[in-house]
Design a protein around this ligand. Structure first.
Ligand code: ADP
Ligand code: MG
Length: 339
């Protein structure tokens, strides 16, 4: 008898506990999503890439953004033997089928080649290879060597078959997307952050920066422009909301021999480093465009470069010429804070 009473009491208690639990799970508030701030740096694309993001699950979003940069580097790097760009270069003279994404970025690049009348030219791979700025050899090629590789530098000779996603470059040519791919990678990683719901972010990829929204407190991201000759000093500050800023400078990859600076932005018409300016910063909606344009304007020089920027809608520039004078495009004059 006693046993039965105990059993009933226990069953009764269990029922009450179950009801309380069910009530609690139905009527309790759903868990609030937690907004976090994440800042991470990784060495990618031959540079330190830093991503700052504020939002729900920001750490995961940042990891996905880095993964996207890795994917793009794997497609576009001339230095990776199994990239699609290497496959085009290894089969110069033949049609090569590649991803639609590769065709698309090459087509965008070719637009900047045309727009700059060849100041930007993605077929200068062999020239870049000849100078080999990464190798620390401080090697200055002679005129004969330069002439020989310049024969293969002509963006007009790149053929694209969009139907088949195929591309052909002449034998003796090599393409190099080093002047645009970093910007593209930064744009794509920004898309990944946006898709993950991130509303405030900044991606720094060497000289290429893209932003989402404001800093989080409502104020714009503020990007400093480095003094090209004094790495710890800033020349000015530009506020950014949802846009990008890209700088090409002669201080990124260079060597100095007998007092002369040799750097990695080459004039495809002469085969030698471009000399008229020392730094070009472009503000644009997309970093890929800003990246190509900053390299193009660097080669065109202060006058033709500034004219090109003024003729395009949606682009602004800050140019530092070889005498240290600063040139600011008309739309940026009231926005930039010069220091
Ligand atoms: P960084 O890579 O330092 O950010 P840039 O965006 O100016 O600087 O790109 C320089 C790279 O672009 C070079 O390393 C080379 O791969 C490529 N390049 C150099 N000169 C030219 C040019 N005239 N046209 C197209 N690409 C260029
Ligand atoms: Mg560039």
């Amino acid at each position: 008898m006693k046993k039965q009473i105990y059993l009933r009491v226990i069953i009764g208690l269990l029922l009450i506990a179950g009801l309380v639990f069910a009530y609690a799970s139905v009527f309790s508030e759903p868990e609030e999503p937690v907004i976090t701030s994440t800042q991470k740096t990784r060495f990618m694309m031959d540079t330190a890439v830093e991503i700052r993001a504020i939002g729900i699950d920001s750490a995961e979003a940042v990891d996905q953004a880095f993964a996207e940069i890795g994917r793009i580097e794997q497609l576009f790097s001339r230095h990776l033997s199994d990239s699609e760009i290497s496959s085009i270069n290894n089969q110069a003279g033949n049609w090569v089928t590649v991803s639609p994404e590769v065709i698309q970025l090459i087509e965008t690049s070719l637009e900047y080649c045309k727009l700059s009348d060849g100041a930007f030219d993605i077929t200068l791979g062999n020239l870049i290879e000849l100078w080999d700025f990464g190798a620390n050899e401080n090697y200055i090629p002679n005129a004969t060597e330069i002439e020989a590789v310049l024969i293969g530098v002509d963006y007009n000779k790149v053929s694209i078959d969009k139907e088949r996603n195929a591309i052909k470059i002449p034998s003796g040519s090599m393409i190099d997307l080093g002047g645009i791919a970093k910007g593209y990678a930064v744009d794509r990683s920004r898309n990944v952050l946006r898709d993950a719901g991130i509303e405030h972010a900044m991606i720094f990829g060497g000289g290429d920066i893209a932003t989402i929204g404001t800093k989080g407190d409502g104020s714009p991201w503020r990007v400093g422009i480095q003094d090209p000759r004094e790495s710890t000093q800033l020349l000015g500050i530009i506020p950014l909301i949802n846009n990008t800023i890209v700088t090409s400078g002669d201080y990124e990859r260079f060597f100095i021999k007998d007092g002369v600076r040799f750097h990695h932005i080459l004039d495809p018409h002469t085969g030698y480093p471009a000399r008229d300016v020392i730094s070009v910063t472009i503000v644009a909606d997309f970093a890929a465009d800003g990246d190509a344009l900053s390299t193009a304007v660097f080669v065109l020089g202060r006058k033709a470069g500034l004219e090109l920027v003024e003729s395009l809608a949606g682009f602004e520039a800050v140019i530092v010429d070889d005498e240290g004078e600063i040139w600011v495009s008309s739309g940026l004059k009231n926005i930039i804070v010069l220091l």
